[in-house]
Design a binder for this molecule. Structure first.
Ligand SMILES: C[S@@+](CC[C@H](N)C(=O)[O-])C[C@H]1O[C@@H](n2cnc3c(N)ncnc32)[C@H](O)[C@@H]1O
Length: 238
């Protein structure tokens, strides 16, 4: 009996793995280095960077290597903006943006309690009184509907294990006309010194953002040394 059933279950698994989730864009695939063995719209999702990588995010040479100062300037934040830093990590961008929105807030959203702990420590030490840590889930940013003017995702979106659900959740929490800015290492450029699955092409980002309703606004692939800065928006209410 066993020998008859085993091939059946193996076949059933293959059918399930290949097609059961194809409708929503997900597929289970052979896991590659630093991937999770699941693809979304043809892109293998990268594994999440552990909180142990926080010192790399805060490395002193980062500003010069990635021109993070320029990146923030390109966001054109207004003092009253409500900003969400999705996949905020150690808060590198959240605290810098907080200074630029003195009459607004920065919601620092992450799934790792340890990363949020680093942010909470900085707040407890008197930094960023308008930075609010948010413990999100893999399926939702856990932000209120129609409240955010600008969402920033630096080096984070490619590791969301449920990008479609997160996309829908981010869309809901943006105000109509609000912007979502994806900053991703350029996969088109082999000289960018980052692991393959932690890079994205512009074409792939556009595909995935369009799938949840965002409109493409602009792509800047030359201002930053290694990254695309891609701006999308939630259409204004008609
Ligand atoms: C490589 S770090 C980048 C951190 C920060 N954006 C920066 O550039 O300094 C990616 C972060 O995204 C977070 N992350 C992964 N999946 C997430 C999800 N579904 N929702 C929110 N954060 C997520 C990880 O926990 C990690 O802190």
């Amino acid at each position: 009996m066993r020998s008859v059933l085993c091939p059946f279950f193996a076949l059933a698994f293959l059918v399930f793995a290949g097609t059961a989730t194809a409708q929503d864009g997900y597929k289970y695939i052979a896991q590659s280095f630093d991937g999770i063995g699941k693809s979304y719209m043809g892109r293998e999702i990268a594994s999440v960077m552990s909180h142990q990588g926080a010192p790399w995010l805060e490395r002193p040479q980062r500003e010069q290597q990635e021109r993070t100062d320029k990146l923030i300037e390109l966001l054109n934040l207004k003092p009253t903006d409500y900003v969400a830093d999705i996949g905020a990590g150690s808060g590198y961008f959240a605290f810098r943006m907080g200074k630029l929105v003195p009459k607004g807030f920065v919601f620092a959203v992450d799934i790792q309690a340890e990363m949020l702990g680093l942010i909470e420590d900085r707040i407890a030490n008197g930094e960023g009184d308008n930075v609010i840590p948010v413990h999100s889930s893999t399926a939702s940013p856990k932000l209120k509907e129609n409240t955010i003017d600008l969402m920033l995702l630096v080096d984070a979106y490619h590791e969301f294990s449920l990008p479609r659900e997160m996309g829908i959740g981010m869309y809901r929490s943006l105000k109509p006309g609000g912007r979502i800015v994806l900053v991703e290492y350029r996969a088109e450029d082999p000289s960018v010194p980052i692991k393959t699955l932690h890079k994205m092409t512009e074409a792939q980002a556009k595909l995935e953002m369009a799938a949840v309703g965002f409109e493409w606004v602009s792509t800047d692939s030359t201002s930053l040394p290694w990254q695309h800065l891609m701006i999308f928006r939630k259409p204004s209410a008609k």
